[in-house]
Design a protein around this ligand. Structure first.
Ligand SMILES: Nc1ncnc2c1ncn2[C@@H]1O[C@H](COP(=O)(O)OP(=O)(O)OP(=O)(O)O)[C@@H](O)[C@H]1O
Length: 703
């Protein structure tokens, strides 16, 4: 049963706290005695329970206001009636018992309110009309770091920098959801004025610490920005990028990837690579957690893709994989094009070289005769080809000069040109000289030494007197020619070199092959491009040129003025057979210049054996002959070595090379070289008319 009764409040102060407490006390009694539920309601308002002080007070009922009493329960009518009468009464405090009950109720209510303030998570500050702080709850203490004992009694402006409670109290305008910074702290606060009976009683602020939230928001913003930037990068790179999560689902693809795989972006995301391609690279990376670099896939449309797939590991846990894909078809095409173009350029370069006359590299080789031109033309072609060359010719015909010319006219011109005179190096040392040795390979090998082949890497090695190599060395040289590799003496490491070999000899290698002295396979390997240099006697027409060349060369070295050579003297030179070839001619000119008394070389300056022009020279060496074979008197016999030294010196002076000297003496050139070294015949050679000529005949022509 329900009932509703109206009551008009007569009490002059309306339903203030104590009256409200009395009404609540009365409501308790009625509800308990009559088993009803009671509610109060203002016209147009909502009902509040009659047994609670706060809601009742919050109705702000004044004298003359109307209040509805609503009751439900079996005795609703009686209860509503009695309560309405009570509301219209003067609320007399009948007895001490009632007073005590009302006070108790009020105290409990105040205590409840305090408990609310104390246990609130939000900070609460209440000020009076003078901005004096009256309430400063524990949350406010905690957030602001100010003890309530210091705050209460002081003004809010003093205690809280930037406080606006006094403004709110003045303007009566609440400020809701305001962000306020206090030092490093950021708070979110609601400020409201406290108004009672139309009077401003102060203001209150309820606030919370949002510093952490602010920091997190800042971080979030930075992360968001970073994400956007990365997204922009990913979207604009030329490489295709595909990200999958740890389950294999595609979570991101960039436009380049979409373009490469020619599929719809929306359809791609969400697809699972473990289902799409269970044996694919991404599935493998997800299964193993290890990256796969350079996986190549050729698609049905012929496009070749290369992918690098890396696992994404966050805090040690595999969270997915990222695949970076490139289209290499274009690169392949470009590479094909490039190699085509470079092959063409190489061909044109070769053609150019072929059409070129012997270049400046051969300028040092003097000669205009047909045979010389022929030899130099082959040399120029050989230079362009880069293959092995075998230069043959008598001693002193300029084999080394041509070898040098080939090197400097070749593509290796910027690399080293290394000379080795195989005959001048003792057999026991030759291998180490050519291929180097390891530390401790033999007694004197105190440190590792690179050989001439290593030094010649990317350049040319000139092996002079190749016919003097023993069989062991021939085999080793063959290995270098065939495999471009060798091992150092005492070492096992195989050393690879890029060396061009130019060999030279004045011996008949073909004959040596026939006699079993020279390996046939090596001969053919060396003889890829043979160049034969003519002896000087076969190109007599070049003698004036050569004489002019040496005149110029020697006079500038000797700082002597010689203007020319007399016709007869030149004829004498041209009539001679020159067994020592150009080297011998150079020596003769040099000697003539040194000894000449006038500014022109005359017949008188010619060595005696050249004066009977046209004839084979009578070998007359007055001074030395007198020393070697004393004429009529019984001489003092000197030790054999003395004679031997003189004979070797004489032969070397005359023929200028070990070979030619050896031929004249009936010795091998090696024996001549060894003896020259033994006697130190490298500096001073006696001359026919007794003058001493300082000349450097270095048996080892290596530089
Ligand atoms: N055509 C030439 N023009 C200018 N100089 C030359 C010519 N031929 C040889 N020579 C000179 O003669 C000397 C000997 O030349 P080179 O050493 O090249 O001869 P080779 O044939 O290697 O002799 P060998 O067989 O004795 O080693 C060098 O001083 C070189 O400059």
């Amino acid at each position: 049963m329900e009932s509703r009764k109206q009551a008009v409040i007569n009490h002059d102060r309306g339903l203030h706290a104590r009256v409200a407490a009395m009404i609540v006390q009365k409501a308790y009694e009625l509800e308990h005695n009559l088993q009803v539920k009671l509610y109060f309601k203002r016209p147009g308002g909502s009902a509040v329970p009659a047994v609670s002080i706060m809601p009742l007070v919050s109705l702000r009922i004044k004298q003359g206001d109307t209040v509805w009493v609503e009751a439900s329960g079996p005795a609703a009518n009686a209860a509503a009636e009695e309560m309405a009468l009570f509301l219209e009464s003067d609320f007399p405090l009948a007895d001490a018992d009632t007073i005590s009950q009302v006070d108790h109720l009020l105290q409990a209510n105040a205590f409840t309110a305090e408990q609310i303030f104390v246990s609130m998570a939000n900070g609460l500050i209440v000020t009076d009309e003078n901005d004096g702080i009256t309430i400063f709850n524990p949350a406010a203490e905690r957030i602001l770091g100010i003890p309530a004992s210091r705050a209460i009694g002081d003004t809010a402006q003093n205690i809280i920098p930037g406080s606006r409670l006094h403004i709110v109290a003045r303007t009566k305008e609440p400020e809701i959801g305001c962000r306020q910074s206090i030092g490093s702290l950021t708070i979110l606060t609601n400020r409201t004025p406290i108004i009672a009976d139309s009077q401003v009683r102060g203001a209150m602020a309820i606030f919370e610490d949002i510093s952490v939230l602010e920091a997190v928001t800042g971080e979030l913003k930075a992360v968001k920005e970073l994400k956007e930037r990365l997204q922009l990068v990913l979207e604009s790179v030329q490489d295709g990028i595909c990200v999958v999560d740890k389950e294999g689902s595609i979570t991101y693809v960039n436009p380049a990837y979409v373009e490469l795989v020619k599929q719809d972006r929306d359809k791609l995301t969400g697809q699972n690579v473990r289902i799409l391609s269970p044996d694919g690279t991404r599935s493998r990376v997800l299964a193993t957690g290890r990256p796969v670099i350079g996986s190549i896939v050729t698609k049905p449309d012929g496009v070749t893709l290369v992918a690098n797939v890396s696992p994404i590991v966050v805090d040690g846990e595999l969270t997915g994989a990222v695949s970076v894909v490139k289209n290499v078809s274009e690169v392949h095409k470009l590479m094909d094009k490039l190699s085509h173009v470079s092959a063409k350029a190489e061909y044109l370069e070769d053609e150019l070289r072929r059409t070129q006359k012997p270049g400046p590299a051969f300028n040092k080789y003097i000669g205009q005769s047909g045979k010389v031109r022929e030899a130099l033309a082959i040399a120029a072609k050989a230079a362009a080809s880069g293959t092995t060359v075998l230069i043959t010719g008598e001693s002193g015909t300029g084999k080394e000069l041509v070898a040098e010319g080939i090197h400097y006219a070749s593509r290796r011109a910027n690399g080293p040109f290394i000379r080795v005179n195989c005959a001048a190096i003792p057999e026991s040392l030759l291998e180490s000289e050519l291929f180097g040795h390891e530390k401790g390979a033999f007694t004197d090998a105190i440190r590792q030494k690179p050989g001439k082949f290593s030094l010649a890497n990317k350049g040319t090695i000139f092996l002079d007197e190749i016919g003097e190599l023993n069989k062991n060395m021939q085999a080793k040289l063959l290995r270098v020619l065939q495999q471009k590799e060798f091992t150092r003496v005492g070492g096992e490491t195989v050393i690879q070199v890029d060396v061009r070999i130019i060999a030279a000899t004045n011996r008949n290698l073909e004959q040596m092959v026939a006699d079993g002295q020279f390996r046939e396979d090596l001969y053919y390997r060396l003889n890829v491009i043979p160049i034969l240099l003519p002896p000087l006697r076969e190109r007599v027409e070049d003698i004036p040129l050569l004489v002019g060349h040496f005149l110029h060369k020697v006079t500038s070295e000797q700082l002597k003025t010689i203007t020319g050579i007399a016709r007869e003297a030149l004829a004498g030179l041209m009539a001679y057979r020159w067994p020592g070839n150009v080297r011998e001619l150079e020596n003769v000119i040099e000697r003539m210049i040194i000894l000449a008394d006038s500014t022109e070389l005359t017949v008188a300056d010619l060595p005696l054996y050249l004066r009977g022009a046209g004839s084979e020279p009578a070998v007359i060496w007055p001074q030395q002959s007198a020393n070697i074979i004393p004429d009529n008197r019984l001489p003092d016999i000197k030790p054999w070595n003395e004679y031997e030294k003189q004979i070797i010196a004489l032969a070397l002076e005359k023929y200028g090379s070990f070979n030619a000297a050896g031929k004249a003496l009936g010795l091998t050139h090696k024996t001549v070289a060894a003896k020259a070294q033994k006697y130190g015949i490298s500096k001073v050679i006696s001359w026919e008319n007794g003058d001493r000529l300082v000349k450097n005949i270095n048996p080892n022509k290596q530089s």
